[in-house]
Design a protein around this ligand. Structure first.
Ligand code: NAD
Length: 248
């Protein structure tokens, strides 16, 4: 059973891999045997060196930059097996009444186009039978007060995931999305802390997720063992969507 969920010799690209959830994915994939490329807008040369990954700079909102990420990965490490389109941003907290065109455009460019470009170019450099994991959010399935721009971009990421699953099935490439509630990363720390406290009350496990707990789900989806899960958007929310608990 030692090969269960092994990623041995798989080539994986993780966008937004310089920190938070993406970095946790990179560490976990490497410890399971994968060769990992971290693609990020921030310089992750040092962190990549420390964990045994390769860093390639990318701006996921720039089509040419995304194409080069996958092109360069294949040139350096060979055909790609696993892609995590994970890079994302969260615009400032604003109600729909306050949100501007810029807020929507910023969220759309990174969170939606970032996934769309990944889904356009990665398959050209991938082995058949690979796995693509897009990081959406629980905000891709439900509205959140003050997060309209973010929610709309994350709903789109799920639509793209399902479309890609339909289009890439003939190549046996599975495409799934991960939908975390709040995760203990820089992004959550920048949020309104009183809103985080409210969220904890709504989560039966009474805490937010650690990035490693989201990376574990990505690992599950990445592995060949997970051969028949395709086109799904999987909640990683400590039971928040299950029902109303005792603290609410
Ligand atoms: P994070 O800020 O720690 O990591 C995001 C990474 O994406 C950073 O390394 C950043 O440099 C990179 N990035 C941002 N814009 C980029 C661009 N244009 N091109 C390339 N890289 C870019 O945050 P995180 O929490 O690890 O977020 C990872 C993903 O998880 C995001 O898509 C986010 O929306 C999603 N998510 C986060 C939470 C949460 O509470 N933290 C909850 C649900 C979903």
């Amino acid at each position: 059973m030692s090969n269960v969920f092994s990623l041995k010799n798989k080539v994986a690209v993780i966008t937004g891999g310089a920190s938070g959830i993406g970095l946790a994915m990179a560490k976990r994939f490497i410890s399971s045997g994968a060769k990992v490329v971290i693609g990020d807008l921030s310089d992750a040369t040092k962190v990549a060196e420390q964990i045994g990954a390769t860093f390639i700079k990318v701006d996921v909102s720039d089509e040419e930059s995304v194409k080069k990420l996958f092109e360069n990965t294949r040139a350096q490490l060979g055909p790609i097996d696993i892609v995590a389109n994970n890079a994302g941003i969260c615009p400032e907290f604003k109600t729909l009444n306050e949100a501007t065109k810029n807020d929507y455009e910023f969220a759309f460019k990174v969170n939606t186009l970032g996934v769309a470009f990944g889904l356009k170019y990665a398959p050209r450099y991938m082995n058949d039978g690979g796995s693509i994991i897009n990081t959406s959010s629980l905000s891709g399935k439900m509205g959140v007060f003050g997060l309209g721009a973010y929610c709309s971009s994350k709903f789109s990421a799920i639509g793209l995931t399902q479309t890609a699953a339909v289009e890439l099935g003939d190549r046996n490439i599975r495409v799934n999305a991960i939908c975390p509630a709040s995760v203990n990363t820089a992004m959550a720390q920048e949020n309104d802390q009183s809103q985080l406290e409210m969220e904890k009350i709504m989560i039966p496990l009474n805490r937010i997720a650690e990035p490693e707990e989201v990376a574990a789900v990505a690992h599950f989806l990445a592995a060949d063992d997970c051969a028949f899960i395709n086109g799904q958007a999987i909640n990683v929310c400590g039971g928040m969507t299950a029902g109303i608990g005792p603290r609410l």
